[in-house]
Design a protein around this ligand. Sequence first.
Ligand SMILES: Cc1cc2nc3c(=O)[nH]c(=O)nc-3n(C[C@H](O)[C@H](O)[C@H](O)COP(=O)(O)OP(=O)(O)OC[C@H]3O[C@@H](n4cnc5c(N)ncnc54)[C@H](O)[C@@H]3O)c2cc1C
Length: 371
Amino acid sequence: MQHTIIGGGIGGLTLALLLEQKGFTSEIYEQSESFKPIGAGIILAINAMKVYTHLGLHKQIEAAGIELSEMTITKPNFNTLSTSNFSDLKKKFQTKTIAIHRGELQKILLSNLKTTKIHLNYKLISIKKQNNTYELHFENGEIIHRKILFGADGIHSKVRNYLFPNSNLRDSKQWCWRGVTSFKTTPYIKNSLIEAWGKDVRFGFVPINEEYIYWYALKTMSSTKEQTFDFNTMFQSFNPLVIELIESTPKNTIHFSHIEDLFPIKQWYKNSICLLGDAAHAATPNMGQGACQAIEDAYVLSETLNPDNIQQSFSKFQKQRYAKANSIVKISWKLGKLAHISNSFSIMLRNSFLKLTPKYINQKQLENIFR
Ligand SMILES: Cc1cc2nc3c(=O)[nH]c(=O)nc-3n(C[C@H](O)[C@H](O)[C@H](O)COP(=O)(O)OP(=O)(O)OC[C@H]3O[C@@H](n4cnc5c(N)ncnc54)[C@H](O)[C@@H]3O)c2cc1C
């Protein structure tokens, strides 16, 4: 039986690879005209890399990216507040954490697909149910009929809006700039992600290979209307490396986006349509786990899928994934608020708390996520 996936993002492509491995054939309908990745990096934590190891792709991903050995939260001047080290977890799970350019990851996923047919320039605009089949209407005028459907079409999912029209997105009131720049990595920043927390603003950066650094900046803003952004003012109290990284990035490659998440929905499937990834449980990016959770979804879906009993397959999938994915949504939301406190006294309290939190608590939390 042919499996139809709407959306060729990380979740959709990974699901297609896993379904191929199980001997199923799939097709992907993607709205874009071509696979053009945004100029940004991505962290593939141990839980995601475990799935890619299962697919036999870990060596290619490791070769195209860089291994991360730690993540540090700092003050604006880069003085450490808290460090999470990945080496014990790497030993425990026999898997590395990798930082990689999104484009490189996309290339690897696409080049390993063998039987999946990809239809580009197919933007789904509506779904109609007709007895046991779904009539899918695309913006290019095409109409197809399918029995089983996977909605991997991201946070603004059309498939979710069809299944659960009352689902709501939450505005974090934070906006994000992302960039990739060629920059000589010094031993100080090699293999580590640094995220500096200021007042209402933060800046993170991580090498994604020997030559390039991926950086991101977030600021609290209720609206971007009539705003001019002056990074020099925004980051005046930060280590000068922040401005060096921003200024060394070609302006037209900097990606600017609004940060929102999906208020948890009760159900991820209905009849023979199932959601995965951001379509089902989009989180704010504060834990760097959104794509990792989409990848975990794809794995569990491929393991539970039984075309003779679709309802039971989707129910098993949701049972295995629901609590963890939604706890990531919840914790990420709170972490984002904590990172953007604006009151000086609260910042002092928060920083003391971060400094005093024993390392083993950070490790335990990561272990629960990576498992
Ligand atoms: C600033 C930022 C940093 C992040 N950093 C990390 C990180 O370091 N690690 C991590 O794990 N996660 C990270 N994430 C989250 C991660 O990017 C997402 O969770 C992940 O991309 C979700 O994958 P997905 O396949 O579910 O959705 P998407 O990647 O959004 O893919 C959806 C696909 O569906 C297509 N599509 C949408 N609508 C339609 C339609 N109507 N018809 C046809 N096709 C359609 C889209 O074009 C797209 O290709 C970050 C997110 C942000 C915003």
